[in-house]
Write a new protein. Sequence first.
Length: 189
Amino acid sequence: MLSDVRVALIHYPVLGKDGRIVSSAVTNLDVHDIARTARTYNLKKYYVVTNLPAQQEVVRTVLRYWIDSYGRERNFSRTQALELVEIRSYIEEVLESIKQDTGKEPLKFFTSARKRQNSLSYQEARSLIRTTDRPVLIFLGTSWGLANEVLQICDYALEPIRAGSDYNHLSVRAAAAIIIDRLIGEKEG
């Protein structure tokens, strides 16, 4: 359902380099750039999920400047993008928010730089998104990837962007733009 696609950038729970669950740091660029991609493709919401109050405050500071302050006058298109951002502490809060908004459980996809069995191709996922009557939520991981508990609640895994490459370390904001374009593209008709 192209009218209700949402993306969530997960900073917790994600994996650290050693494979343990950690909270990763929010970056100003990820907040801005993924919001701009979300607005360009008419996504409904962009959730930034971090359980750390100090990291939530980083996002609030960015949002206040661009939505409630001088940034709004300086660059209204940035304001429009950042108005899509919602801060959540935990994934469960995102899911509950979507259920309250729509009355439906979202169709959940996760992304990974690693090839996994039974991953959907972008063409298969795009077809599913266009025909479902459920809201769609795409989880994007930070650090060294999403924790297994996130993968387990998802309905589908998406194939890696460049599974056959000898270098597969895109920034999350670049990966988000590619993934969203492959899944949404241009609306037909």
